[in-house]
Every structure is written in C-alpha cells, then in structure tokens.
Design a protein around this ligand. Sequence first.
Ligand SMILES: Nc1ncnc2c1ncn2[C@@H]1O[C@H](COP(=O)(O)OP(=O)(O)OP(=O)(O)O)[C@@H](O)[C@H]1O
Length: 323
Amino acid sequence: MSAATAAPIRLDGVSKVYDGDVVAVENLSLDITAGELVALVGPSGCGKSTVLRMINRLLEPSGGAIHVGDRDVMATDPVLLRRTIGYVIQHVGLFPHQTISANVGTVPRLLGWSKRRVADRVAELLELVGLDVETFGERYPHQLSGGQRQRVGVARALAADPVVLLMDEPFSAVDPIARGRLQEEFLRLQADVGKTIVFVTHDVDEAIRLGDKIAVLSQHATLEQYGTPAQILAEPASPFVADFVGSDRGVKRLSVTSVSADELVEVPPGNHPEVPLTATLREALSALLDGDTGFVAVRDGDRTLGALGTEDIYRTLHADVER
Ligand SMILES: Nc1ncnc2c1ncn2[C@@H]1O[C@H](COP(=O)(O)OP(=O)(O)OP(=O)(O)O)[C@@H](O)[C@H]1O
C-alpha cells in the first residue's frame, strides 16, 4: 500500500436550504482531524447525507465554508475535487456492465495511469478488501453478493489514494452477520490506510464501533455533541444525546473501555478464565460470567498480570472517565 495520505476537513458555519425554504443544515461547524474516522449519527432527516454531499460538492452549500486540507472546496473544480475524495454509498453504485476490475480502476483510468499501473493497483486494492482478483476481477457486479459488492465499492473509492473517504450508510443494505464482518474488516483496513473518513449512519452501535469520534446531530444538522464514543457514552451533553445513544449506554461503555493494568488485583487461588490486556471490559466481563470463580485473569503474552472481579470492572469503568 502506498504511504497513507489524509487531509483534515473543516466546516465553518455551513448551511443548506433546499428549494428556497427546506432548511436541511443550519450553521454547522465541525473540525475533523486528518486520519480520523468520524461518524455522523442522528435521526432520519436530520441532514447527515446533506452534510456529506456538500464536502465533495455533490451539493452546493447555501452558506459557510468547507475546507479539505488547504483547499476551499467551493473554489475547487468539482470534478477534480471528487477525484481526491472517495465516496461510498448504500447501494454502491457499481457500473453494472463493467467487470469488477474495470469498476475499481475507474478513477485511476480517468487520471491517465498506464494500463499496467491500473492493473497492479486494482489487484492490490481487491486483495486489501479480501477479494482475490483471479476469482472476482472478471465478474460483473450482479455475480457478487451484497457484502462483496460493498467491498468492491470501498476498493473503488480507495483506488486513486484519495485524501478523504466519504461513506453514506455503506453497510446498511447487508444482513446483520455480513455487516458485523464488514465492519470488522473495515476497521482493519482503516488501520492500514489511515484515511480521513466521514461516515454517515443512523445506527448508534455502528458509530460506537467504528468511530474515533462521533458527531451526534439533531434536526437541521444541529451539533448536539462531538467527542469520542467513550466521552459521549459516559457524559451525554443533553437529554437528546442520552436518549439517542440508548438506555443501555452503561453496557455500551464496557465495549469502548479497555482493561487497565492499573486496576488489576492479585490473582486469587482458582482456575480463572483469561483475557489479554488488550481486551475490552465487555470481553473481560463476558469471560468472568462464563467462568465460575467470579474473577477473570488478565495476561500479557505469557505473563499473568493480575485479575479482575466485578467490582474491579466497575472501578475501571469509572476511573476511565477521570483519566
Ligand atoms: N433534494 C431535496 N429537496 C428538498 N429537500 C430535501 C432534498 N434532499 C433532502 N431534503 C430534506 O432535507 C432534510 C435532510 O435530508 P438528509 O437526506 O440530509 O437527511 P439524513 O439525516 O441523511 O436522513 P436519512 O437518515 O433518512 O437518510 C430532510 O428534511 C429532507 O427531506
């Protein structure tokens, strides 16, 4: 993979009014750090897709300014702009009469890359998203499953090494099992490519799982809270956010908080289930509940570092907010 390039995105007082009177976005300001994955979440119709589509100028803002890196998007040719911004949508939008390889190579071809370079890049990208070019390269989109098509969409969006990736509900059309797997693969992929990603979803669990940060929006894309999943779950800024993240946010917090070496206790005698130090508190609690000693041992490689009981898990969760 080529060296990761990523650009920050800045929205300053952005608004969008459709047809003269439908206010979709009102005065939204948001700073997105280069290389971070930011999930935009909020109820249906709150303006998430509108925000996303203004970043690559599929829609023109009615007011405010948007910068991708140093570029003012309104001062950039939209076609050139979109070649530096990958875009993935719910139903992918693959070209039905082109092979998978041709689909993935679209933007590099438009950029005038040599045939050889396009072919190498296509093979590299398909492999990155877990599809073998020998098996899938010459197939057509209708010969793939929904999840496979979605991966091709991601590969195509990454093909010209864009500085930003925009994703609008990319996994919502696949069944829950395929979706979980795609989310996991996507996290691994993001660790590899390190792009700035803006990801629209109405599913708060998906946002918690994937986002480095979450922007919770209400009507007219009003920014209710912007922070890490752990911050938003631990300290929702308003009743709207608390309600949106769900009444089980205490349990969700377990998934976004890691075991801490500082909170371990001495291992009591007994045959305890084990988790690695990299485990989340949810994984630790799950292992503890699966065992019958009331404790879970925490290991770092071959060494047992200590143990956690339920009270220690509770203490770690609350200590994490203070850290
Ligand atoms: N082309 C359009 N013309 C007029 N109004 C529009 C247009 N597109 C969207 N809207 C309105 O703008 C508002 C925001 O729409 P948008 O699609 O951005 O919301 P969303 O949060 O992405 O919704 P969903 O989660 O349901 O996809 C909605 O009230 C919608 O009806």
